[in-house]
Design a protein around this ligand. Structure first.
Ligand SMILES: [Zn+2]
Ligand SMILES: [Zn+2]
Length: 142
């Protein structure tokens, strides 16, 4: 994945140290390792304390809640049933457990993608296929 070895000095957003940035979070190798350790700590804490709130995890593990939200959106972190931690759906604001959208909004977007393809094509495949082929065509035309 390393396409270009040219130096790309960036300040680490956690400790401010300059480092050679390649991809992903703007974190120096040391902070990257520390955040990985934090991630494991948070994951374990949530498993050991079902029903814990975002603030409690944040304080117990000494990690900003923005990190916890980020891990949840990336679906690296999973919440147990009955967990007090929720994220907001980016479309309607409904509480969700992971990702970016609630199931209702996911269905809405899927239906919209399905309608788009149907108006361009008469075939009746399953909706997953339809939205996938719409995406493919979009990428090819781009
Ligand atoms: Zn750093
Ligand atoms: Zn929603």
């Amino acid at each position: 994945m390393v396409r270009d070895m040219a130096l790309n000095a960036q300040a680490c957003k956690r400790c401010g140290k300059l480092f050679n940035y390649i991809s992903g979070d703007k974190l120096c190798p040391i902070c990257r390792e520390e955040m990985e350790a934090k991630f494991q700590e948070v994951k374990k804490y949530i498993l050991d304390h079902p029903g814990v709130s975002m603030t409690e995890v944040s304080e117990a593990c000494d990690v900003q809640s923005t990190w916890i939200q980020k891990w949840l959106r990336e679906e690296r972190l999973e919440l147990t049933e009955g967990s007090a931690i929720t994220l907001d759906c980016e479309s309607c604001g409904a509480p969700i457990r992971s990702g970016r959208l609630c199931n209702k909004c996911i269905d809405k977007f899927k239906a919209a993608a399905g309608n788009y393809v149907r108006s361009n094509r008469s075939s009746e495949d399953d909706p997953y296929q339809r939205s996938a082929s719409a995406k493919m065509r979009f990428l090819q035309n781009d």
